[in-house]
Design a protein around this ligand. Sequence first.
Ligand code: ZN
Length: 173
Amino acid sequence: MEIEVQKESPHCIGCNEAFVNGQKHHSLLRIDANNFIREDYCEKCWATRPDAVETTYSHWETRYRDPAAAKATPEGQFMPLLKLCYESISQEGREFEATAYVSALVLRRQKVFRFIREEKEASSQRNVLIFADKYNDTQIRVIDPQLTETELRGVKQKLEEQLGYGKGQVDER
Ligand SMILES: [Zn+2]
């Protein structure tokens, strides 16, 4: 499966008006058939947009970064892990939750993700970690599956085998 998170759009999806560098606006991610759909809105369109909250996976306020003004992010060795993390998030089941969770923690250690906060999901009463994905310039939500030691070891082993991480590199803290 190919997972690609769309970059920030240079214009509002509602009125099509171009963002200026530094302009405050709203972004959201939806998951549609295992794909992440990104939508960027100016403040005016956000306030009047048709309600789609139930399909919204993540939403945040941001400022438009003109690609010409932003410095290029080098694609490092974290790319396969980043891809695995998004693939796992878009699927359901404990094994995927476990992979997404451990991948996110490793990406945080690698400074690709920045931890923002922890919340309790109202519907399920489960803890959710919110991270800023600095590479894709998005915010993602990762369920804390409360892994047992055995499960944690299993995921670490899988990452080490699949991605060639050396022993000790995949550490949850
Ligand atoms: Zn607009």
